[in-house]
Structure formats: structure tokens, C-alpha cells
Write a protein that binds this ligand. Structure first.
Ligand code: NAD
Length: 407
């Protein structure tokens, strides 16, 4: 994964003709810390974990990025994902740099009290290097609004009342309206922008979505609400297909009750990974990284791939898509809705003022549209892919801020 991010960065850097020296400055993380976390588990044993926080670049503002709790979390992952955040925040032009972190624990094998103790211990170790003007964590894989609330509370014990130290908090504890749907809605806005450039609209199109978690389910909801036909969806347990469109509201109700897609009576069950290869117009990976590879990219029938997940396309698959004329809207642009509404949450916390949902949605749409237009126009002008154009925009902005601040 580290090499994928580096590959895309270098490809864009080559198009821009930037020198080795600037390239080196932009590629390396500014700060990477690693801490040991020892806590007493519920059964009296000691649990030991390693926590990471990487601030990749802070030239345009404080570091911004999620915290991931996963046994595979390590420094390489944190560096690669922090780099992605640097480019993402620059593409959508919000005043942040990029950061990421996490702990190599498996929350599924821990009780809520154990997760709380681990989280508070982690904050105790890193509170001096995060903060509303330094680095603002947010939820990522296996972390949620409750964990953000504990982080805010623990940080505030050291530094006084500080809601702006994390985003993605519960709405009842200084969180923002619209944060939960933000990434899926942002992807929807992106799709609308792209289709409008082809003289088409959502209701004319068929969509397939891999993943029915936060991003996938909100995306399905918003596409369906606009009249789009979501013909296939999947989650870790399986996939569903219906040629004339799955009734998404009924599926959401079914999923809320059963916590699985399996057994939903109004669509046909298909093999889980076939969701990627069904006949559809727009394919949206919204689950995992590394989904499209040299082995399967030629089997994709969709002519548009919109990366709601982070890093779903390997560089080899990306080249195959380009050769096959598949338009790929890259992760750094497509899934930026979450960090944009995180930015709105931070602004509301600093102002101690609340915005209504409609205001959040219209601001989100404006940020997504502006970013899309900038990237699209550059790609057209230079005859490069949307991914390369997105990185060119980002590297240009971060590079300029770095040079203006003084190397
Ligand atoms: P989530 O944990 O809520 O949902 C993940 C979904 O993927 C679940 O439905 C799960 O069952 C499914 N899944 C897992 N393995 C699968 C497989 N092999 N085949 C099909 N489905 C599978 O996570 P999320 O928040 O929806 O995030 C999804 C992706 O979007 C991740 O790549 C994440 O990094 C990215 N992302 C999320 C946000 C956000 O705001 N949540 C923002 C930017 C990017």
C-alpha cells in the first residue's frame, strides 16, 4: 500500500517536472511517533499494544486524519494513509495537512471498557503532539463516535475544554449534523458532477456497490433517492442483485434488523465478489483496499469506477482501466466528503456555533463540486487521468505552501 501511494505521487510529480529535492520533502512524513500502551484487561491480565500517530505534512494547516484500531496497523500503514490525507485535504482545499494513526489492537476481542482504557492511555501518550491547531484525529476503521468522545474527554483533562481536538464526535457531544452520511453523500455529488459532464444523470444509470457499511449504505440511499438503479450491493457476508434496481430503503430496514444482507427477499443472492463484475454503468468499491488487481481489472464491465474506499485500485489495475477507457474517480477526490464535514465540525467547535443539516449539505456540495471541476478541467487540458490530475493539484498546493513558508 505504501508503494501504491508513492507510485501515484511519483507519476504526478513526473508530469509536473518537480525536482528530486522538493519531491523528497513532500514524500517524507514530518513526524512519526510510536508509543507502547499497557493496560489491565478485564480478566486481570496485562494487554500490551503499540500506538502510532504520523503527521505527514502540516504546510497547509494542522494534521488531519483518522485513527484505525486493527491488528495489522503499523508505521508503514500510518505513513501511507497520512500521505493520502495530505493530498486529499489539499485537493478539496481545506486548511489542513495530512495525518493518520491507530493502535494494533482488535476491538472485536476487547470489551468496551478495555477499548476505553486503551484509548485513554494512548491519548495520555500523544496529547502533547495532537490538538486543535496541531493535529486533529477522527474515526477510521473500527473506531467510532464513542471513541472520539473519550479522546476529547481525556485530552481536555490535560488541556481544558477542547472539543475541536477530534472530529466525528457524537452529535450530542459537539459533533456535527451530517457527519455520518458525509462520505456517501460526497461520493454521490461526485457522481452527479461526472455524469453531468457526459450529458447524463443519476436516474438513467445502473450502480453496483461493494460494501454496505457507513459509506456504502449512505451512498446507496442517496443514489436510490435520486432515482438511480442500484442493481448490486455486497458486504463481507455476500452480495445481492436485481436487474431493475434493489429497493434500498427496504434493504436498509432489513439490514438494521438482521445485521446481514443474506436472506433479503426482494433481490437475488449472487457470489460476493461478483458484485465487481456485474453489468452496470458505475461501479463503486466502498469496502477495502487492493480490490482491483492485474488479475481481475479486465473483467470489470462498468465504464466508470468511483473509489469510495481508500486505495481500492493497484497501480497495475489502474493502467488496465486506463487502457480499457474506464474512467476512475480517485479516492483522494471521491471520498473526501467525510473530511470536509469533519472540517465543518472543527469550525463549529471553534466558533461554538451549530449549523443546520441543510447548510452542511449545501456547503459539502460546493466543496465537492469545486474540487471535481478543478481536477476534471486539468485532466482534460493535460490529457491525463483524473487520478494523476488530482495528485498534480494536491502536490502543487502543498508544494507552494511549503516553499512560501520557507523550506
Ligand atoms: P465500515 O466498516 O462501516 O463498512 C465496511 C463494509 O465493507 C461493511 O459492509 C463490510 O461488510 C464490507 N466488507 C468488508 N469486507 C468485504 C468484502 N471482502 N467484500 C464485500 N464487502 C466487504 O467502513 P466504512 O466507514 O464504510 O469505510 C469503507 C471504506 O471507505 C474504507 O476503505 C474506508 O477507509 C473508506 N472511507 C471511509 C470514510 C468514512 O467517513 N467512513 C471516509 C473516507 C474513506
Amino acid at each position: 500500500m505504501l508503494s501504491d501511494t508513492a507510485h501515484y505521487f511519483r507519476k504526478a510529480a513526473k508530469v509536473m517536472g518537480i525536482g528530486q529535492r522538493v519531491q523528497r520533502v513532500l514524500e517524507r512524513p514530518q513526524r512519526s511517533i510510536k508509543v507502547e500502551i499497557t493496560v489491565e484487561l478485564d480478566n486481570g491480565d496485562l494487554g500490551t499494544y503499540t500506538g502510532y500517530r504520523v503527521q505527514h505534512n502540516r504546510a497547509r494547516g494542522p494534521g488531519k486524519g483518522g485513527l484505525r484500531y486493527h491488528p495489522t496497523m503499523d508505521e508503514d500503514h500510518a505513513i501511507a494513509l497520512a500521505g493520502l490525507m495530505t493530498w486529499k485535504t489539499a485537493i478539496v482545499d481545506i486548511p489542513y495537512g495530512g495525518a493518520k494513526g491507530g493502535i494494533d489492537c482488535d476491538p472485536r476481542s476487547l470489551s468496551p471498557r478495555e477499548v476505553e482504557r486503551i484509548t485513554r492511555k494512548f491519548v495520555g501518550e500523544i496529547h502533547e503532539v495532537i490538538g486543535p491547531t496541531v493535529d486533529i484525529p477522527a474515526p477510521d476503521v473500527n473506531t467510532n463516535a464513542q471513541i472520539m468522545a473519550w479522546i476529547m474527554n481525556e485530552y481536555s483533562r490535560f488541556h481544558g475544554f477542547s472539543p475541536a481536538v477530534v472530529t466525528g464526535k457524537p452529535v450530542d457531544l459537539h459533533g456535527s449534523a451530517g457527519r455520518e452520511e458525509a462520505t456517501g453523500l460526497g461520493v454521490t455529488y461526485c457522481i452527479e458532477e461526472l455524469l453531468s459532464r457526459q450529458g447524463e444523470t443519476v436516474p438513467e444509470k445502473r450502480f453496483a456497490i461493494q460494501g454496505f457499511g457507513n459509506v456504502g449504505s449512505w451512498l446507496a440511499h442517496h443514489l436510490h433517492e435520486r432515482g438511480g438503479k442500484v442493481v448490486a450491493v455486497s458486504d463481507i457476508g455476500g452480495a445481492l442483485y436485481r436487474k431493475d434496481g434493489i429497493p434500498i430503503d427496504a434493504l436498509k430496514d432489513y439490514f438494521d434488523e438482521h445485521r446481514t444482507l443474506e436472506g433479503f427477499p426482494e433481490a437475488e443472492a449472487i457470489e460476493r465478489d461478483d458484485v465487481l463484475f456485474v453489468d452496470c454503468d458505475v461501479l463503486i468499491p466502498a469496502a477495502l483496499g487492493g480490490v482491483f488487481t492485474a488479475e481481475n481489472a479486465n473483467d470489470v464491465k462498468a465504464k466508470i469506477v468511483v473509489e469510495a474506499a481508500n486505495a481500492p485500485t493497484t497501480p497495475e489495475a489502474d493502467e488496465i482501466f486506463e487502457k480499457n477507457g474506464v474512467i476512475v474517480v480517485p479516492d483522494v477526490l471521491a471520498n473526501a466528503g467525510g473530511v470536509i464535514v469533519s472540517y465543518f465540525e472543527w469550525v463549529q467547535n471553534i466558533q461554538q456555533f451549530r449549523w443546520e443539516l441543510e447548510e452542511i449539505r449545501s456547503k459539502l456540495q460546493r466543496y465537492m463540486r469545486n474540487a471535481f471541476i478543478t481536477v476534471w478541467d486539468l485532466a482534460q487540458r493535460k490529457n491525463i487521468s483524473l487520478r494523476t490530475a488530482a495528485y498534480v493539484v494536491a502536490i502543487g498546493r502543498v508544494g507552494k505552501a511549503t516553499v512560501l513558508s520557507g523550506l
